[in-house]
Design a binder for this molecule. Structure first.
Ligand code: AMP
Length: 268
């Protein structure tokens, strides 16, 4: 599974990426983390990007693209990855597409975490307070002025990716201001694997089937709850080209909830 999390700084990409890692057994590739590690280690790349990062501007494309190109070749990325902080502009997205194409790979999807910028600034301010309270050092870019530059860079350079991936029918938007667990539920909903069909051998095993039905009945409530959580944070899905108008017109919340209900009904 190969995914991209898109959203401005502070939208919660890191947290959601870690949850996707735990759920799907993939790796998190955060260019921000890799660049910070290079700065801390004082590598030539680190020295080149340090001031740029401190100002909250974007680092040169060739640097981040080559970092990602190296990283996705590593054995641990074979099973898939979630990109957090990359691509940050259309040129990077195109470079990624070329890289994947050369390997015969595809992207499974892009999640846009939609956030309110005013609340975002307050979120970062409280993160600064919490970090200071723990006696930990602040990130240089955890500064309201630098945050403004970073948000500006997002708006001007990264937000056009929404259109880019919409054209490819790959992007789904999630309400990033919803509680963390709701955001996770919505993302999980988007990438839920279809259940494998029952084989005749399984069906023949009536005893096991019975036990499973009993468990499913107990789990039905849970499934409804998950659907409700997902529906809250799952924004209107991007209309697929050529998709049925009726389906596209239906609000996401209703759609997700009805999917949940169908799922529950199937289990019964
Ligand atoms: P992040 O932790 O993803 O917010 O990234 C922190 C900083 O690293 C950004 O403000 C940029 O200076 C730099 N950076 C991270 N990823 C990229 C990227 N894909 N392209 C350019 N600069 C990046």
């Amino acid at each position: 599974m190969r995914l991209i999390l898109l959203g401005p700084p502070g939208a919660g990409k890191g947290t959601q990426a870690q949850r996707l890692v735990a759920r799907h057994g993939i790796v998190q590739l955060s260019t921000g983390d890799m660049l910070r590690a290079a700065v801390a280690a004082g590598t030539p790349v680190g020295r080149q990007v340090k001031d740029i990062m401190d100002r909250g501007e974007l680092c040169p494309d060739n640097i981040v693209v080559s970092i990602i190109a190296d990283r996705i070749q590593q054995p641990d990325a074979k099973n898939g990855f979630v990109l957090d902080g990359f691509p940050r502009n259309v040129a990077q997205a195109e470079a990624l597409e070329r890289m994947l194409h050369e390997k015969g790979l595809d992207l499974d999807g892009v999640v846009e975490l939609k956030v309110d910028e005013g609340q975002l600034v307050r979120r970062i301010e409280s993160r600064i307070k919490e970090t200071l309270a723990r006696g930990e050092p602040l990130r240089k870019d955890d500064d309201p002025e630098v945050l403004k530059t970073r948000l500006d860079a997002y708006r001007r350079q990264t937000a056009p990716l929404i259109h880019h991936y919409r054209e490819k029918n790959l992007i789904r938007a999630v309400d990033g201001m919803a509680p963390m667990d709701e955001v996770t539920a919505a993302i999980n909903w988007i990438f839920a694997k279809p259940k494998p069909k029952k084989t005749s051998a399984k069906l023949a095993n009536t005893q096991k089937t019975k036990q499973k039905s009993m468990k499913a009945a107990g789990g039905a409530k849970k499934s409804k709850q998950t659907a409700r959580k997902a529906a809250k944070a799952l924004r209107r899905p991007v209309k697929a080209r050529g998709s049925k108008v009726a389906a596209a017109k239906r609000p996401a919340a209703k759609k997700a909830a009805s999917k949940g209900a169908k799922k529950t009904a199937k289990r019964r």
